[in-house]
Design a protein around this ligand. Structure first.
Ligand SMILES: Nc1ncnc2c1ncn2[C@@H]1O[C@H](COP(=O)(O)OP(=O)(O)OP(=O)(O)O)[C@@H](O)[C@H]1O
Length: 363
């Protein structure tokens, strides 16, 4: 594989019997990117990762690493290495032999492979434990052994399947920072499967949000959060209210949708949606204010259905015409300056520029 090669999926799909786990997806991951494949259980992210690794054959499409078409190459000849969720360490081998294992398979002689394994253990700050077995290590240390074992082949891309899921919450955050540092210092592509939006936001240069075997959006964390492409992305990333309705007015500069309960919501014009078509809008929970109806603001009137005090912020749930559970996050200062309680009538408003018009994924 070429040094610092881009990875490209061209209409890659995966079927298990009659189940289409991954619809034809196309994606370009530029060299040296930290990419997170993000989505709920069963959305096809592990299948996608395993196809890139070569542990699963693609049903159709091509996988390119740089100029090379690797679709039919075995895992060891792709220039990628995979770190498994369970770490898959050999319990009866010490750390040096665990890390040196792939070099042994390649026929590298013992002294040379042990030397390289020690180098990798040093990189992972595991040198003092070199003659221990995996069971004599903490979860975080086992993970670093698994990383060392994957990196000893000097891959151009490291593929990680839920690498942090076995760790407790505190260690998860520490190892997350270590992964990011490691990727930056190695200067290679990482593709990391996770179902945690927080993990993806913290780590990724490129987040690929998957749902039902399709890519809903592939963009930087900031774009995915600030401009979610679809209702699924807005809901999955959290901190957004999604309002679904039918277009009742579609003039040049304004679009109005009506939700099932009769409430009407305004969106900027130019949405390309015609009257009668379904349309989803999103508004961030922290962009909504409790206010009187000001002219340039949009919003609705509702009843407070829940108040959650969370310390620095307060979450309010509001129910309105056809809107069951609209969430507002206000700072504690703002809340206590103008407190509300369950059952109060409130008028909610937000700026027109804070309305995000959501698209739909074909299929
Ligand atoms: N070997 C298999 N045989 C049959 N179906 C499979 C197989 N592996 C995965 N699937 C199905 O393909 C779909 C996608 O699975 P995949 O493991 O890629 O999803 P995922 O997003 O990684 O989920 P998770 O987070 O639970 O691991 C699921 O519906 C799953 O049941």
């Amino acid at each position: 594989m070429n040094k610092n090669a881009d990875i490209e999926l061209a209409a890659v799909s995966k079927a298990y019997g009659s189940t289409l786990a991954v619809h034809p997806i196309s994606l370009k991951i530029p060299a040296t990117t930290y990419c997170c494949l993000l989505g709920p259980s069963g959305c096809g992210k592990t299948s996608t990762l395993r196809m890139i690794a070569g542990h699963e054959a693609a049903t159709s499409g091509d996988i390119l690493l740089g100029d090379a078409n690797v679709t039919d190459l075995p895992p060891a000849r792709r220039g990628t290495a995979m770190m498994f969720q369970s770490y898959a360490l050999f319990p009866h081998l010490d750390l040096v032999d665990n890390v040196a294992f792939s070099l042994k398979m390649k026929g590298v002689e013992k002294a040379a492979r042990r030397h390289e394994a020690m180098e990798m253990l040093r990189l992972m700050q595991l040198e003092p434990y070199a003659d221990r077995r995996p069971a004599q290590l903490s979860g975080g240390q086992q993970q670093r052994v698994a990383l060392a074992r994957a990196l000893i082949t000097k891959p151009e891309a490291l593929l990680l399947d839920e690498p942090l899921s076995a760790l407790d919450p505190f260690l998860k955050i520490r190892m997350r920072a270590e992964l990011k540092k490691l990727q930056a210092s190695l200067g290679i592509t990482f593709i990391h499967v996770t179902h945690s939006q927080e993990e993806a936001m913290a780590l990724a240069d490129l987040i690929v949000v998957m749902n039902n075997g399709r890519i809903e959006q592939a963009a930087s964390p900031r774009v995915v959060f600030e401009r979610p492409a679809t209702a699924f992305v807005a809901r999955f990333m959290g901190d957004h209210n999604v309002i679904s309705g039918k277009v009742v007015e579609a003039s040049g500069d304004t679009t109005v949708i009506e939700v099932a309960g009769g409430g009407r919501f305004k969106a900027p014009g130019g949405t390309k949606s015609a009257r009668g078509e379904p349309l989803d809008l999103a508004v961030r929970t922290d962009r909504v204010r409790i206010a009187g109806a000001e002219d340039d603001l949009l919003g609705f009137n509702g009843i407070v259905s829940n108040v959650e005090y969370l310390g620095s912020t307060v979450n309010l749930s509001v129910t309105g015409a056809g809107i069951d559970d609209f969430t507002i996050v206000v700072s504690d200062d703002a809340y206590f300056a103008q407190p509300v309680k369950i059952g109060d009538a409130v008028s909610l408003s937000w700026a027109a520029t804070d309305v995000i018009v959501l698209g739909r994924v074909a299929g």
